[in-house]
Design a protein around this ligand. Structure first.
Ligand code: SF4
Length: 364
């Protein structure tokens, strides 16, 4: 029998082998009440996550760092990070959310004021509406350009990183502008700054990322080790989650609107988009009844798996109904699109409520 959580895992397994990322499911038994994304294998890998489990179990200090680059609209795939953050917040984490305005300036040409506006209206508002508690005293949301501790630390850390290393990791060339080259070092400092003495460190720190961010994690871990004797850094841990598939079958991307359901879409638009998504259905109804569908290749099923169905039993039932051909895509899509519409109705009410709070966080 195929495991309902296993869709498209093959490539991720290869990733685990090639880069030495450890499989997350080996740790599941040690985590009390793991997040749904962990339980379902969407968080599939980690480096040194055992430290974080220990800190959670012993109720000792630990930090989570995850940045947002304010450059465009948030889509439903971005919700995964916020879902993980709310889980960590419930587990007592200190949460740091750098707004990468320096990176969006150097990589995309967005000026600091515009980045701040996007961060508030789009990102922070959504984060609160998705469940992050803005009044938690261990939550720190800041603009990179305004955080002197991070800026100073980045400069110190840059002393032991050379150009050949940056070229090898990021593909920079002789024509890359210096601001762009410096931006990753600010991110390294974002991740490591909760560990300096002024910020109550050292302490275990975890960074939840997509696998494409791993080179950056490896650089940060290397730098942490280079400066271990000076700052007593604990090498940061990381977790890796699968990407969400776009509506047309490739990667979901904010720059390709046809692939994405945006968090700012109306409930009706979100419903319509899901109805037009690629499924794992067969050519004809007859064939589907006979052979069953392929939930592993179905964007609609993935939405249920990642976002829309909390009950594992309910999800398993849909998986098996699909596989055995007792449910057809038309009915399944209509039901899922209705769930999506209801999610968005509820979410938009929360967004409205979150707006003022989001503004007050950065004192616009
Ligand atoms: Fe996807 Fe549902 Fe069709 Fe199966 S029946 S392929 S889960 S839409």
């Amino acid at each position: 029998m195929i495991d309902p959580w296993s869709s498209a895992i093959v490539n991720y397994e290869k990733l685990i082998e090639e880069f030495g990322i450890k499989p997350f499911h080996d740790l599941l038994g040690d985590i009390e009440n793991p997040h749904i994304l962990m339980r379902r294998g969407i968080v599939f890998g980690h480096r040194d996550f055992g430290r974080i489990i220990k800190a959670i179990r012993e109720k000792s200090e630990f930090a989570v760092v995850t940045g947002m680059m304010p450059s465009g609209k948030m889509h439903i795939g971005h919700k995964m990070i916020v879902d993980q953050l709310t889980w960590y917040q419930e587990k007592g984490a200190e949460i740091h959310i750098p707004i990468a305005d320096m990176e969006s300036y150097s990589a995309r040409g967005i000026d600091f004021n515009e980045a701040k506006r996007i961060a508030i209206e789009e990102y922070i508002t959504n984060y609160i509406a998705l469940g992050l508690d803005p009044d938690n005293e261990k939550l720190h949301i800041y603009l990179q350009s305004e955080n002197k501790i991070v800026g100073d630390l980045a400069y110190k850390l840059a002393k032991r990183v050379n150009m050949n290393e940056m070229k090898a990791i990021y593909g920079f060339s002789g024509s890359t502008n210096i601001a762009h080259i410096y931006a990753p070092l600010i991110q390294v400092a974002d991740i490591l700054h909760p560990q300096i003495k002024e910020c109550g460190g050292p302490k275990p720190t975890v960074v939840p990322v997509g696998p494409d961010q791993d080179p950056h994690i490896r650089l940060t871990r290397d730098i942490a080790e280079r400066f271990q004797s000076q700052f007593e850094f604990i090498t940061p841990s990381s977790t890796y989650h699968r990407f969400i598939t776009g509506l047309t079958g490739g990667k979901m991307s904010s720059s390709k609107p046809k692939t994405a359901i945006f968090l700012s879409d109306t409930p009706e638009v979100a419903e319509k988009k899901l109805k037009s998504a690629k499924t794992g259905g067969r050519e004809s109804l007859e064939e589907q009844k006979k052979m069953g569908g392929v939930p592993e290749d179905c964007v609609v099923y993935e939405m249920l798996l990642y976002h829309l169905i909390q009950s594992d039993d309910e999800l398993k039932e849909i998986y098996h109904q699909c596989q055995e051909g007792s449910i057809m895509c038309g009915e399944c899509k209509a039901r899922s699109a209705e769930m999506m519409k209801n999610f968005f109705k509820n979410f938009h009410k929360k967004r409205e409520k979150a707006k003022d709070k989001a503004e007050s966080i950065l004192d616009l």
